[in-house]
Design a protein around this ligand. Structure first.
Ligand code: 5GP
Ligand code: ZN
Length: 114
């Protein structure tokens, strides 16, 4: 989708600091980090929300999970711990409507989620 920020990052039309990528997914630094480590993992195809993941698209979700592991290793937080978050739709706090997983860490995260 040409008007989607994350599609444009995948295509290289908008610059980003890439942390990991493979055939299915891309991970890059969040532009407004909420923690010392804050990366975003996206599928390389446009999927609007978690609710749009049909069974044929499940490989992308698996690849996102594997990419989160790789990001955690590369950022040195795999042992200390980190948090993954997928916001879905308005009340879930989703702002960019291209499926993405936040990978947050590098400090003690607060217990509350919201
Ligand atoms: P959401 O609230 O939709 O779950 O999170 C969207 C995230 O994307 C936010 O953390 C925001 O900082 C990040 N973001 C939005 N636009 C850009 C951008 O152009 N580049 C990068 N690297 N991150 C972005
Ligand atoms: Zn998109």
């Amino acid at each position: 989708m040409s008007d989607c920020i994350f599609c444009r990052i995948v295509n290289g039309e908008i610059p980003s600091t890439r942390v990991y990528e493979d055939d299915l997914v891309l991970a890059f630094e969040d532009i407004h980090p909420m923690a010392p480590v804050h990366c975003i993992v996206v599928p390389k195809i446009h999927i609007a929300t978690l609710m749009d993941v049909t069974s044929d698209l499940m490989p992308y979700v698996g690849a996102m999970t594997a990419a989160a592991q790789e990001v955690a290793k590369r950022k040195g937080i795999s042992e200390k711990g980190f948090r993954t978050v997928i916001n879905c739709n308005a009340e879930g706090g989703q702002v960019v409507f291209h499926l993405h997983m936040h990978v947050l860490g590098g400090r003690k995260l607060r217990d509350e989620l919201g």
